[in-house]
Design a protein around this ligand. Structure first.
Ligand code: SF4
Length: 473
């Protein structure tokens, strides 16, 4: 794959902030655990001011619609009504996906940003990879030549053009990879010119209004026909949609006037070399960072069955808005970092180059860093594990409070500094070993208990009997 000529980094901008200083949060953690002495917390006033300036425009606008819903609006509509129909990823699929990202990282070099999130004009998109072109990566069972991508994968091309509009890049690449399980590969990369970007963005905003209208009305009647009707649509298959197949067909405004793709060469040889340089790693022993933070809960869920609706709560309106305010910043600021360890269960979300956590609390007033340390030590743990995964000693918490008085800025930005960072790598290893041992002998008491607030509504409490409070085991 040739790099674009005007090759430049979609660099995350690092905000200049004063160094973190102040007391360790150890004194404020309920358990006084040893790991807490490696955590330092301080406000980030410039980052806070940056987000606060954007906030009024975000909070006064309609909720952003995802590009993936706009390029396939009927399925997007039903997804919003009944949830995703995709089964949880199999460990082998997670491993393959991670390997695919590492392969792409090998090909594109260190300048590439991955899974870049951008919100513009009421639309939000996640770009698989970004150089000075956005790159959309799709896997497929059968190869499609670059020249035929527009005809045979119109949604994917529409998605790419939408990303060009959001990221203000005049052209983009659609990479289609077939046979990614073992190789050899058939790879086609088509380059597309996006046309007038301002027009595309306007059309995108219009499509978003139309999608919101369907949601408001509680009916997809105003949305065009689904291309997957009678061709494997999961909502039709499961009897969850009311589509009839007679709806009006429409060509997406993202692909009107688009010329067929041009092949970007070389592709296959480069892809194979990079794939071989990124050997398969054993599937991570934990499937999420949450399992590392709450290992006892992870064990209970895995062995007793997950209780319906517990403990996941849908993202609140405030949490969605906080994401939008971050995503409205310069292109490339919100992206995912490739972990250094193969044991990381996911890529690491970052903002301005540092691992990021966005959380909310039910508080009505702004909590102090000390209160956050005391009442929510899990944020330090989760960020610490994420920082350990990428070898970066600083992470950021954007924390909103749900019951803030109207008109107040309802969030704050904190930097967590971890020193030594090795504390978290060590704890990661210990927790994984403890989980493995518990899977063998069932003695879950050795696993770290969850904080008290979690235990209060936990369905496993009668059996588990946890006292609450984090422990470092
Ligand atoms: S009872 Fe407590 S420690 Fe046990 S799983 Fe539930 S919250 Fe976690």
């Amino acid at each position: 794959m040739d790099r674009p000529s005007a090759y430049k980094r979609a660099a995350p901008r690092q905000a200049a902030e004063p160094p973190v200083s102040g007391p360790s949060s150890a004194d404020h953690l309920p358990s006084g655990e040893a790991w807490a002495r490696s955590v330092f917390i301080a406000p980030l006033p410039r980052a806070q001011a940056e987000l606060a300036e954007r906030w009024p425009a975000i909070v006064g606008a309609p909720a952003a619609v995802r590009v993936t819903d706009l390029v396939d609006p009927r399925r997007g509509y039903w997804r919003s009504q009944v949830g995703t129909r995709i089964a949880p990823a199999h460990p082998a699929a997670i491993e393959r996906g991670t390997r695919m990202h590492r392969t792409l990282g090998e090909i594109l070099g260190p300048s590439a940003a991955f899974e870049v999130q951008i919100a513009r004009a009421g639309v939000v998109g996640q770009i698989d990879a970004l150089l000075d072109v956005p790159i959309e990566l799709k896997t497929t069972s059968r190869a499609v030549p670059a020249e035929e991508l527009l005809e045979r994968r119109p949604e994917a091309v529409a998605q790419l053009v939408a990303y060009c509009a959001l990221s203000e890049r005049p052209r983009g690449w659609l990479a289609l990879v077939a046979g990614a399980d073992a190789g050899p590969f058939a790879v086609s990369v088509g380059e597309f010119d996006a046309g007038n970007l301002a027009d595309r963005l306007r059309a995108l905003a219009h499509e978003a209004d139309r999608f919101r209208y369907a949601l408001e009305k509680g009916s997809p009647a105003s949305l065009p026909a689904c291309r997957w009707f009678d061709h494997g649509c999961e909502f039709q298959r499961d009897g969850l949609c009311d589509c009839s197949g007679t709806e009006e067909e429409e060509r997406s405004p993202m692909i009107s006037g688009i010329a067929p793709g041009r092949t970007v060469e070389p592709t296959r040889a480069q892809w194979e070399t990079a794939w071989n340089r990124s050997p398969a790693a054993p599937a991570p022993l934990v499937s999420s960072f949450r399992d590392l933070v709450y290992p006892r809960l992870a064990y209970m869920e895995a062995t007793r069955g997950r209780a319906e609706g517990y403990p996941r709560t849908p993202a609140s309106e405030l949490r969605r808005r906080l994401r939008e305010v971050l995503e409205a910043g310069p292109v490339g600021e919100v992206a995912r970092l490739l972990p250094r360890t193969e044991q990381a269960p996911d890529l690491i979300e970052s903002w301005q180059g540092e691992p990021l956590l966005v959380r909310t609390t039910h508080a009505s007033v702004r909590p102090s860093p000390e209160e956050i340390s005391r009442s929510a030590p899990q944020h330090a743990l989760e960020l610490g594990f994420r920082c350990a995964a990428v070898g970066i000693p600083n992470g950021r918490l954007v924390l909103g409070w749900e019951r803030a008085p109207t008109g107040q800025i309802p969030f704050q930005v904190l930097r967590y500094h971890f020193e030594p960072l090795g504390t978290f790598s060590r704890m990661w290893r210990e927790r994984v070993l403890a989980l493995e041992a518990t899977r063998r002998d069932g003695r879950f008491e050795r696993l770290a208990a969850c904080p008290a607030w979690r235990a209060r509504s936990c369905p496993y409490q009668p059996e588990c009997g946890c006292p609450g409070g984090l422990t470092s085991r």
